[in-house]
Write a protein that binds this ligand. Structure first.
Ligand code: SF4
Length: 214
């Protein structure tokens, strides 16, 4: 008679061992990439991080790693993969998405239901300067009031590449949408996240925006 429980036990043990093996390989690849500053098998790393996203998030937080560690690694890997594709996209086909929380609390911009917050370049935050930088290069900028607005912008602007700023969770969610739409992108993490007056490295955004055209 077939021992169903025995077979089930073997299957579960095999799956468990496979997961452990995948994790060990991924940890080695991430550590080696961090040490040598060269990225090895980024698609494999993303595959494992996506597959084991929730347990890995809990595990990394339990062992005291930085909050959002998995999202940050995942974003770095996607940025690496998309770099080459981004160089093929002319500046005028790239758009920049900024979260509205980057604005100052007394920001005078008005929300346009189709275009997002309309910056008046009042100088209270770095967004005005950044918009001027983009205007010189024909890159459209949207200050988005929320996640659902991003879909609207993509429909309206039909970008061929997106550079986006956000917290690690937002960047991961956006990267999944971009993967689905097959639009190359580059995510830039906020230096200080939250709901108001968040902070970002504006130079990092500028560098990402002008990744040279091939
Ligand atoms: S520079 Fe633009 S986004 Fe920043 S506070 Fe002024 S109007 Fe608002």
């Amino acid at each position: 008679m077939i021992d169903i429980f025995g077979i089930l036990g073997i299957i579960i043990a095999t799956i468990f061992l496979l997961i452990v093996l995948l994790l060990i390989i991924t940890i080695i690849l991430i550590s080696y990439s961090a040490k040598t500053k060269k990225v090895f098998f980024p698609r494999f790393i993303i595959f494992v991080l996506d597959l084991l996203y929730h347990p890995l998030k809990i595990l990394t937080e339990k062992i005291g790693l930085k909050k959002g560690y998995i999202d940050i690694i995942s974003n770095d890997m996607r940025n690496f993969i998309h770099y080459k594709k981004l160089t093929k996209i002319p500046f005028e086909d790239r758009i920049l998405l900024l979260p509205q929380c980057l604005r100052k609390i007394n920001c005078p911009s008005i929300l346009d239901s189709a275009k997002g917050f309309q910056c008046t370049k009042c100088g209270k935050c770095g967004i005005g300067d950044l918009i001027s930088f983009c205007e010189e290069r024909n890159i459209k900028v949207f200050i988005v009031p929320g996640g659902s607005f991003v879909k609207k912008v993509i429909k309206l602007a039909r970008p061929k590449a997106i550079i986006g700023v956000g917290c690690h969770v937002e960047l991961r969610e956006a990267s999944l949408v971009l993967d689905y739409l097959k639009i190359p992108g580059r995510g830039i993490n906020l230096e200080i996240d939250g709901c108001i007056e968040t902070k970002v490295d504006y130079e990092k955004i500028k560098k990402a925006l002008i990744i040279p055209e091939d």
